[in-house]
Design a protein around this ligand. Structure first.
Ligand code: C2G
Length: 130
């Protein structure tokens, strides 16, 4: 069975998140999603996500296109996760283009186009301004 793996924070879940997960799932028969931990986000962005990690895990796990979820604890552990889940394809958004090419020795590395004009940051800004 062809397994696809992808990663993300998926904070304030929106249609751009759904779109990349659906497209990732279509590349194989099983989709495994690494949801980045609150601690990983804090270390990258200096703030916690709006939705805590358990809520983000539950939302992503509840999607029809998703077969399994796990907590992504470090950006540097992708090789370990890919091996652990026996993934054939790594999917990342094209904002990460080129960044994970070194993993092409153990799986196919695919960057998919992001959905334009929507982001968690822009949603937060709109809600803040109301
Ligand atoms: N995405 C998208 N279109 C948007 C917004 C996001 O296709 N308009 C995609 C991103 O490219 C990513 C996924 O949705 O593939 C999750 O996005 P984020 O939560 O912003 O993920 P990020 O914080 O970049 O992931 O190892 C990666 C880390 O987990 C961080």
């Amino acid at each position: 069975m062809k397994t696809v793996i992808t990663f993300g924070t998926f904070d304030v879940f929106h249609v751009g998140h759904l779109s990349i997960l659906n497209r990732a799932r279509a590349l194989g028969e099983r989709l495994v999603v690494g949801v980045s931990s609150d601690a990983l986000n804090f270390s990258k962005k200096g703030r916690n996500p709006i939705y805590p990690q358990q809520a983000r895990l539950d939302i992503v796990a509840g999607l029809k296109c998703v077969d399994a979820v796990f907590l992504e604890e470090s950006l540097e552990k992708k090789r370990e996760y890919i091996r652990g889940f026996d993934a054939d394809v790594l999917v990342m958004g094209d904002d990460w283009c080129g960044r994970f090419d070194a993993l092409a020795d153990i799986c196919t590395v695919t960057y998919l186009a992001r959905t334009p004009s929507i982001s968690t940051t822009s949603i937060i800004e709109v809600v803040r301004s109301i």
